[in-house]
Design a protein around this ligand. Structure first.
Ligand SMILES: Cc1cc2nc3c(=O)[nH]c(=O)nc-3n(C[C@H](O)[C@H](O)[C@H](O)COP(=O)(O)OP(=O)(O)OC[C@H]3O[C@@H](n4cnc5c(N)ncnc54)[C@H](O)[C@@H]3O)c2cc1C
Length: 390
């Protein structure tokens, strides 16, 4: 199937808080924006029961905050496509290509906001019991364990908050924590310690889960004594950190050793016009508020880049006559690269003929001017070279 090619100002990849914020800012700046999402609009917010630290909302469910951000982005005019998935990307300073199932997009700028996914629990039965007692989303799967004993693995704020959510549904929640303390907000630690049906097992590692078709017990190890024991639980929920969703960009964008995208403070990656925002980029704190901040900066920088590119591009002129084959070829080539240009028809005015003579020293077309560079005839390499400097 021949895919339709589409030029667009900006594509945002990912509709979590970073991508939705970028969509809000970009469309408000009159930048034509498409957000591509391959899963659920709202990102990780959808798997967080409550969010208590996002300014302006002292307690809001992740679902509600996601709905609000989505409504605001689409209300401003951002288009979100959640059904056409990206197959490949190719980014260079000169050109950005995103191929989806349906289209070949050639955006002027790109914001990568693909976020992160939960790290898998490092146990050999992880895939065997995935969805059958091994879970990563309390709001999605927690209700299946009403009145059961279950465990949460992890020690950050997300682990503790999700444990408290699960404790409302389950008979008992055991938090398995590798170290002797948590790495979470003090307020959240205080809260979790008050919950009657939460038991905290410090200095313990999850070794494995076992059962028949579904999980029936967990094997744990005391990290100080090395002693193993068994917990009769029906599920483990893993919150041991996240890993970036960057497989698609390997080879196109500079990543750090853990796979996070390296940016500067303007969210600029190593490729001009490609920005990264939110959990997907290398940074210290990954929160909704920091994702939103990154999305804001990325959109404002992308807008500046797009405007500058458009202004520079009007400096491309093609002096031509209507029936000249090489003239058509120059125009076709510029079209294929998504470069806007002005056509000057030399037959129309003596002044234009004089300009051709002036800029090229001859009376022959096509003559293409790209800023100060003058290219006589159709010469792909010279055009490419001149465009590099735009
Ligand atoms: C259980 C849990 C509880 C949390 N609690 C809090 C909290 O209380 N407060 C707080 O501030 N933060 C919390 N966080 C963290 C917060 O949710 C994240 O920091 C934030 O969502 C990151 O936003 P993001 O837009 O960068 O990425 P994400 O939210 O991960 O969104 C990225 C989006 O990109 C999409 N995507 C990925 N790959 C592609 C692709 N190839 N094509 C198209 N789309 C793609 C994903 O499907 C996703 O929708 C919590 C996280 C979890 C998991």
């Amino acid at each position: 199937m021949n895919k339709e090619e589409k030029q667009i100002d900006l594509i945002v990849i990912g509709a979590g808080p970073a991508g939705l914020t970028a969509g809000i800012y970009a469309t408000r700046a009159n930048v034509e924006t498409l957000i591509l999402e391959n899963d659920i609009i709202g990102g990780q917010m959808r798997s967080s029961y409550t969010i208590e630290n996002y300014p302006g909302f002292d307690n809001i469910t992740g679902m509600e905050l996601a709905d609000k951000m989505e409504a605001q982005a689409t209300g401003e005019g951002a288009i979100i496509d959640e059904f056409d998935f990206i197959e490949s990307v190719s980014f260079s300073d000169q050109e950005k290509i995103i191929e989806t199932g349906d289209y070949i997009y050639k955006p002027k700028a790109v914001i990568i906001a693909t976020g992160a996914s939960p790290k898998k629990l490092p146990i050999s039965n992880e895939s065997k019991y995935l969805g059958k007692g091994v879970h990563y989303c309390a709001v999605c799967d927690g209700a299946n364990y009403a009145d059961e004993e279950i465990a949460v693995v992890g020690g950050g704020s997300a682990a503790l908050e999700e444990a408290m959510y699960l404790a409302r549904l389950a008979k008992k929640v055991i938090i398995i924590r590798r170290y002797d303390s948590f790495h979470a907000e003090a307020k959240v630690i205080n809260e979790v310690e008050q919950v009657a049906n939460i038991e905290i097992l410090y200095n313990h590692d999850l070794v494995n889960v076992e059962g028949d078709e579904f999980v029936e017990r967990a094997i744990i190890r005391n990290t100080q004594t090395g002693k193993e024991s068994t917990l009769p639980i029906k599920a483990v929920f893993g919150y041991i950190g996240t890993e970036p969703k960057t497989d698609l960009f390997k080879g196109n964008i500079s990543l750090d050793q853990s796979g996070y995208i390296i940016t500067d403070e303007s969210m600029q990656t190593n490729v001009k016009g490609v920005y990264a925002a939110g959990d997907v980029r290398q940074k210290e704190f990954r929160q909704v508020s920091t994702a939103v901040a990154d999305g804001t900066i990325a959109a404002l920088k992308a807008e500046k880049y797009i405007v500058a590119k458009k202004e520079k591009c009007v400096m491309v002129k093609v002096y031509s006559v209507q029936w000249c084959g090489p003239c058509q070829k120059v125009k076709k080539y510029l079209d294929s690269k998504g470069i806007p240009y002005e056509v000057v028809t030399v037959a129309d005015a003596k002044e234009e003929r004089d300009v051709v003579l002036q800029v090229s020293g001859q009376r022959s077309v096509p003559v293409t001017t790209i800023n100060d560079k003058v290219i006589i005839g159709f010469d792909k390499h010279q055009i490419d070279e001149a465009l590099k400097n735009l």
